[in-house]
Ligand binder design. Structure first.
Ligand code: HEC
Length: 112
């Protein structure tokens, strides 16, 4: 009984390790093959600190994105250049054009 418990513990350990490395492979494949950047994911990484998950947090004086009336082009500009005199910084040094466009499109989805 005791021996089999140890066996199962070892087996579970091996399975767990195998699972982890499989996950890594899967993630790498996804990253490498993803042509279109995931706007929602980028938003969660770079924007929620001020705008919140739903765009309406208004942290650090941020504008409520659910009420933003900017066009797609205007949003792309604000996200890449930032807005002078505010903590809304430009992201063009950090993110390429496709990613910024994906973000602008995600912000559109937040609008109510
Ligand atoms: C450090 C806080 C902060 C972060 C991080 C931030 N923003 Fe902002 N954002 C602001 C502030 C503050 C404003 C309002 C500027 C103003 O008063 O005009 C703003 C304004 C905007 C606007 C203009 C809305 C309008 O109607 O004028 C857009 C679009 C926007 N942010 C998108 C984003 C996106 C997308 C990200 C992530 C890539 C992001 N922001 C990250 C603080 C932030």
């Amino acid at each position: 009984m005791k021996k089999s418990a140890i066996f199962f513990a070892i087996a579970a350990f091996i399975v767990a390790c195998g699972g982890t490395s499989e996950d890594k492979t899967a993630n790498n494949t996804v990253t490498a093959s993803a042509d279109a950047p995931d706007g929602e994911k980028l938003y969660k990484t770079y924007c929620v600190t001020c705008h919140g998950l739903y765009g309406d947090m208004q942290g650090n004086g941020a504008i409520d994105l659910t009420k933003s009336a900017l066009t797609l082009d205007e949003r792309v500009k604000v996200i890449s250049e930032g807005r002078a005199g505010t903590v809304m910084v430009g992201f063009k040094t950090l993110l390429d054009e496709a990613k910024i466009k994906a973000l602008a499109e995600h912000v559109e989805k937040l609008r109510k």
